[in-house]
Design a binder for this molecule. Structure first.
Ligand code: ADP
Length: 186
């Protein structure tokens, strides 16, 4: 977890590689569907371009299908899901069905000013449609309203791992592995 620009996607890949599990990014799946012009992509694009969340039932169904794939059987890392209280409940139901359990919920914390800088930088290099200043601001609001409350949910469950997301990418990676009490593969 973490606000837009916190570095979730970057760090998710390192953590998933270490554990030999797939990194399942809802944002990446939506973007792939948008570029392929699938019905899911057409539906999702309206929301993403405005900085709003895609409706829960659409997102939940997509994640359910993805974690039912054989490569997710040994485990998986979710990047960008759950983001709402409804999704928390749905995920609990899904993994009860598949026989998995949540080991950790990692949250990356970054100064708000740094977040805006990173996203404006990414806008120049990646050209993501939702990295314009107005949409960035809306995504941050939506995160604060809908996703930040999930931090307390996972804290109460005793699986919250809070990591300082400021600094270089590899410094943050080291902090995550230290917090998860594992040694990164070189
Ligand atoms: P970021 O966290 O940097 O905003 P992501 O790539 O994770 O970017 O997500 C991009 C967009 O995809 C979100 O703004 C939202 O519209 C949609 N999205 C991703 N995950 C979810 C989710 N779990 N629930 C609803 N919408 C989602």
């Amino acid at each position: 977890m973490g606000p837009p620009g916190a570095g979730k996607g970057t760090q998710a890949r390192f953590v998933a590689d270490h554990f030999g599990v797939p990194a399942i990014s809802t944002g990446d799946i939506f973007r792939a569907n948008v570029s392929q012009g699938t019905p899911l992509g057409v539906e999702a694009k309206r929301y993403m371009d405005a900085g709003e969340y895609v409706p829960d039932e659409v997102t939940n169904r997509m994640v359910r299908d993805r974690i039912d794939e054989p490569d997710a059987e040994p485990g998986f890392l979710l990047d960008g899901y759950p983001r709402t209280l409804d999704q928390v409940g749905e995920l609990d139901g899904m993994i009860k069905h598949t026989g998995h359990a949540l080991d950790a919920a990692v949250v990356l914390t970054v100064d708000p000013e740094e977040l805006v800088q990173r996203l404006l930088q990414r806008a120049q290099t990646d050209g993501r449609a939702d990295d314009t200043e107005d949409v960035i601001r809306r995504r941050q609001e939506v995160y604060t309203e809908q996703t930040a409350p999930l931090i307390e949910v996972y804290r109460e469950r005793g699986i919250l791992v809070e990591v300082d997301g400021m600094g270089e990418v590899d410094e943050v990676t080291t902090r995550i592995f230290d917090a998860l009490d594992v040694i990164p593969e070189s």
